[in-house]
Structures are given as C-alpha cells and as structure tokens.
Design a protein around this ligand. Structure first.
Ligand code: GRF
Length: 238
C-alpha cells in the first residue's frame, strides 16, 4: 500500500497539526505520514510540535523572498524534495496564488472555523457571534484561488451559546476541527472523494464510516483526557 505524504503549512499555534500527528500516532489515520512542516513564522508554536513528533520542519520567511512567487516556489521546492502528495493548510495565514494551487489541484486542504460560505476570512468566530447565528462550526475544503473557498469536504455544526465569548466558541469549534481534519484526510487518502462540478461526492460504502467512527473513539478519549480540566470544554462532549 502506498503512503500519502503530507506537507503541512502552519503559521501559529499548530493545534490542528498536532491533532493530525496524534491520529497518526494512535494508528487512526492510516496510510499517511507527515513528511515536512513549513511555516512562515519563526515563532510558530507548530515548530515545537514538529520537534516533539520528530517531523522535519523548515521556515520560509516571506520577507526575505522577493515576491510571492519566489516564496511559493520555495515551498514547492521543499515539498517536492519530501515527495509531498497532499498539502494540509493548518492555520496558515497566507493566501496561495494560482501558481502554487495549479501544482496541487484538489490536493490542498484547508480548515476554517465556521460553516462556509458564512464568515470567511479572519476572526470567523467573532463574526459569527456578532451576526448572532445560533449554529456555527467548522469546514474542511479543497483550497481554491479565493479565501476560504473551494469544494467543501466536511462540515460539523457547533451550537452557539448565549453566554459564549469568542474564546469559548473558538475552543468548542476546535474540538471538532481536531476530529474532522483527520477524517477528511483519510477520505482523501482512501480515494473516497470525487469533485464533480465543484461539489465533493463522498463514497462511504462498505462500512467506511462505521469503521472510522470506531477508530476515532480512541482519539475522542484522548481528547477528553487532555482537555477535561479546561472549563471551556465542560459540557462539550454530549
Ligand atoms: C483554526 O481555528 C483553523 O480553523 C484556522 O486557524 C486556526 C488555527 O489553529 N484556519 P491551530 O494553529 O491549528 O491551533
């Protein structure tokens, strides 16, 4: 069986990156491996995570590059060297240009902390609270030229509570981001996704979903243990 080589792009905290690595470590996410992490931020916490999980990393500083194309060319060169076949944007704070997107057509995934097409761009959770929606959530999609656009792979709803702060809503959404990203990756790796006219068709046949849900129980347990002390997460688990 061939192994999908993941190349992760992250600019900050890297909790989604970590959740993917945990899924791999727990044997839930199969036939995949993270080959390299690239960040545009020398202070990204994601760098510590890559060290902890023994994943090679590289910092590509956009300021020292002449232009966006140079910057993306550098990223492509590194991914190529590591035989990356699927690009994972995990809190990457830059917009990729067609130059880069064309090299990985329907092979770049992004995660967004809202139910797209609502609340694109920065501060999605704050936008949701300000608008007063009663349900928000997260979306995993293939990347396209426009910010937070492209064929939607998975979404998960999260109810908005009357007393939610940006932090509490963001954290409750994060619980599901951490679960759903690996699921979307596994669907891609298992060749269960087909993009038809900009829409993603998912093949859940032969008990795929049941099998995934069974494996995912281990991650949910792990998540509960790591976070049960944090009061934001109390009551999330129903
Ligand atoms: C997540 O909420 C993700 O959806 C958004 O940026 C945040 C990144 O968090 N694109 P982390 O760096 O993965 O912890």
């Amino acid at each position: 069986m061939s192994i999908e080589k993941l190349g992760v792009l992250a600019s900050g905290r890297g909790s989604n990156f970590q959740a993917i690595l945990e899924h791999l470590e727990l044997g839930i996410l199969k036939a995949a491996d993270v080959s390299v992490l690239i960040t545009d931020n020398p202070d990204a916490q994601a760098l510590e995570i890559s060290d902890r999980f023994d994943v090679p990393h590289q910092i590509v500083n956009p300021q020292v590059k002449e232009n966006k194309k140079e910057f993306e060319h550098e990223i492509h060169k590194i991914f190529d060297k590591h035989n990356v076949s699927l690009v994972i944007m995990a809190g990457f704070m830059r917009i990729l240009s067609p130059f880069f997107l064309d090299k990985y057509e329907e092979k770049i995934m992004n995660i967004h902390p809202a139910l797209l097409p609502s609340f694109k761009g920065l501060n999605a959770q704050e936008q949701a609270l300000e608008y007063g929606v009663k349900v928000s959530g997260c979306t995993i999609h293939y990347a396209s030229e426009e910010v937070d656009s492209g064929p939607i792979i998975l979404q998960h709803p999260v109810p908005v509570r009357e007393n939610d702060s940006v932090r509490s809503l963001a954290d409750r959404i994060l619980v599901f981001e951490h679960r759903m990203y690996s699921k979307a990756i596994q669907l891609h790796v298992d060749d269960r996704l087909e993009v038809i006219d900009g829409r993603v068709k998912i093949d859940y046949g032969d008990g795929w979903k049941e099998e995934w849900d069974e494996r995912e129980k281990t991650f949910i347990e792990h998540q509960k243990k790591s976070w049960e002390k944090d009061e934001v997460f109390r009551g999330v688990w129903k």
